[in-house]
Design a binder for this molecule. Structure first.
Ligand code: ATR
Length: 273
């Protein structure tokens, strides 16, 4: 069987082995996918060892996405724009290709699963770290009316806005600039969710019939998902759908087959209730 793995630190609660096992069963692919605890300082040695032993592909998660971006012999357009890689694939010529399926994973969940209308939407992203950078290009290609990045440290938001200027006039600001504005879609890309914290968000920030989307996922509603529900969101969801969709895109890169994602999302969602 062809071997795949996810590297990260911590990796203990990763749902990726389960997701890829379900994909493999569904599409009749003979593969093994494991999770491996890999701290940043051992990433290169671990990846070298994995491919030297015949491994075919890797997913890389926190805190390894930038290291994987450096490791790849060549980069997809998405990985180059994100300056981060979540999927490494061994090519026929022995080169390691770096891709980033996080952005397309989010886009597929928003459009195909949640039926959110992105063209013409006013979009707000909270947070200006790697998670924000990874999702920007595919969102901007949908031609929203506007896209604002708000961050605790406004200079980091401005740096991302400057990078994406050739593609779209992204606006950057601090949280204090948000009162009085409203958005159809608010995406939480801060690391605050993981510690159940929330950036300061004013009432009225979410437009009528708006959507809240937390890139993080958890067994219980995150602080941001709860904020959305309390602030009139038509939909307020966490990133479980994105997790499955980014995995499906990686599976497609490796195996050339597109698994059905809805039954896998449904199964994982049912298990956490
Ligand atoms: P990631 O790769 O997950 O995006 P990161 O690069 O460390 O991780 O970025 C974390 C993001 O969460 C940043 O936007 C950070 O804000 P700063 O740039 O000001 O540090 C944001 N963040 C983390 N904890 C936060 C909190 N308690 N409140 C608001 N924002 C927070």
């Amino acid at each position: 069987a062809d071997r795949y793995a996810v590297f990260g630190h911590p990796i203990g609660h990763s749902k990726s082995p389960r997701i890829h096992k379900l994909f493999a069963e569904q599409t009749g692919q003979n593969l093994v996918y494991t999770a491996q605890e890999v701290p940043a300082d051992t990433f290169k040695a671990a990846a070298d060892a994995f491919f030297a032993a015949g491994g075919k592909g890797l997913n890389c998660t926190v805190p390894l996405k930038e290291l994987a971006w450096n490791y790849a012999d060549s980069l997809s357009e998405a990985a180059a724009a994100a300056k981060a890689v979540n999927t490494l694939a061994l090519a026929a010529d022995g080169n390691i290709l770096g891709d980033n399926t996080d952005g397309i994973g989010l886009l597929n969940d928003l459009t195909a699963n949640l039926r959110i209308e992105l063209p013409g939407a006013a979009i707000l992203i909270l947070g200006a770290g790697g998670a924000c950078r990874g999702i920007l290009a595919p969102l901007l290609k949908q031609k929203p009316a506007s896209l604002v990045i708000a961050n605790r440290t406004p200079a980091r938001a401005q740096a991302i806005a400057d990078d994406f200027k050739p593609l779209f006039p992204v606006e950057a600001c601090g949280y204090e600039a948000l009162p009085g504005r409203s958005f159809n879609l608010i995406i939480n890309a801060t690391a605050a969710s993981l510690s159940d914290e929330l950036p300061p968000l004013p009432a009225g920030l979410l437009a009528e019939n708006g959507t809240c989307y937390d890139l993080a996922y958890a067994n219980r509603p995150t602080a941001f998902v709860s904020w959305g529900l309390a602030n009139g969101a038509a939909k307020s969801v966490d990133g479980l759908g994105m997790l499955v969709e980014q995995a499906a895109e990686a599976f497609y890169i490796w195996r050339g087959r597109r698994p059905a994602t809805a039954p896998v999302i449904g199964l994982l969602d049912a298990e956490r209730q």
